[in-house]
Design a protein around this ligand. Structure first.
Ligand code: NDP
Length: 318
């Protein structure tokens, strides 16, 4: 027999944990799946970020892991039960929904909040797979300090805010950091663009894409192609950090909820309600625009309040 729950929250980033804090304080007794492996580590992307400088309430910044551990503790203190398991499937063909964990256990609830976030995108090359973890990474904060990168020339692929952040972080360890961008204009915000362009250790290579990662046992360089001229070149680097955006973790829904062309769950305007009644979505899995910790937390709060009202209206909280 499936376990019956009043509300299930899937995801343990700022969206999921904020929803858990609100749902716990509303006495709904939520069950939260914090994940284990799929889609990144429990706690979400802030677990692999260094100092967070733009989360309100921390004038001197706050360590990403510390912030998430505090949110987790706050949710537990208010009575949220946390399961350290991945969810493999949500069957959303009507109330109650069935949530299947990776161990095969089934849970039922008429209110589900999806807050599964997004995962770093990777370049689809065989050479990338072969050298992953041997000089290639998607997280400078996690891996930048490793001895293999110290005082070496390094590269960051991408032109967004993450790429600049990664490059700036890597300047602490590498002798030089190249940013490889496929256009002649960065996507990053103005302040971040200035940070990259003014930094003495960062050089931006414009109109370049990686064609191949070079090396056998460890990365020794990149084969680059100029997007304007088609010219090929080699760049010797000991490390390459991919910062080319994210993919929303919505696959557990198996298409039962409306998503956009990129897989982001579509929510109603000014709401976290999805195309399926009783199923709400919060955080990066439904936000391709802002993708900030604070906006994720805000939408987690909305989801908990909307779910509570929906469950109340339908008589599921009696
Ligand atoms: P973005 O989607 O903003 O940027 C991705 C970058 O990768 C783009 O420059 C894109 O190029 C490039 N790219 C994508 N696919 C490829 C590919 N196949 N080959 C080569 N290059 C590729 O992602 P970010 O992770 O940088 O940022 C996500 C969100 O998080 C944004 O809203 C950002 O503002 C926010 N953020 C904010 C931070 C802060 O405020 N401190 C820090 C980090 C992120 P192109 O530009 O040509 O599309």
């Amino acid at each position: 027999m499936p376990e019956k729950e009043k509300i299930i929250i899937i995801g343990s980033g700022p969206a999921g944990l904020t929803a858990a804090i609100y749902a716990s304080r509303a006495d709904i007794g939520p069950l939260l799946f914090e994940g284990f492996q799929t889609g990144g580590m429990p706690g979400g992307q802030l677990m692999t970020t260094g100092k967070v400088e733009n989360f309100p309430g921390f004038p001197d910044g706050v360590d990403g892991q510390e912030l998430m551990m505090n949110m987790r503790r706050q949710a537990e203190n208010h009575g949220c039960r946390i399961v350290t398991e991945d969810v493999s499937e949500v069957k959303c063909d009507g109330c109650p929904f069935t949530v299947v964990s990776s161990s095969g256990t089934e849970y039922e609830s008429c209110g589900v909040i999806i807050a599964t976030g997004a995962t770093a995108r990777r370049l689809p090359y065989e050479s990338e797979k072969k050298l992953w973890g041997k000089g290639i990474s998607a997280c400078a904060v996690c891996d930048g300090g490793l001895p293999i990168f110290r005082n070496k020339e390094l590269a960051v692929i991408g032109g967004g805010d993450s790429a600049v952040e990664e490059a700036a972080h890597l300047t602490r360890f590498g002798s030089k950091v190249y940013m490889i961008h496929r256009r002649d204009e960065l996507r990053a915000s103005k302040v971040m663009q200035e940070r990259a362009m003014k930094h003495p250790k960062i050089e931006i290579l414009w109109n370049k894409v990686v064609e191949e990662f070079l090396g056998d046992e460890a990365l020794r360089g990149l084969k680059l192609k100029d997007t304007k001229t088609g010219e090929l070149s080699e760049l010797p680097v000991a490390g390459a950090f991919e910062a080319i955006g994210h993919i929303p973790n919505s696959e557990i829904l198996h298409g039962c909820v409306q998503t956009d062309g990129s897989g982001y769950i579509i929510t109603r305007p000014d709401s976290t309600a999805t195309s399926v009644e009783g199923l709400f979505a919060a955080g990066d899995v439904q936000d391709s625009k802002y993708r900030q910790a604070v906006s994720a937390a805000g939408s987690g709060c909305m989801a908990a309040i909307e779910a509570e009202r929906w469950l109340q209206d339908k008589g599921h909280l009696a």
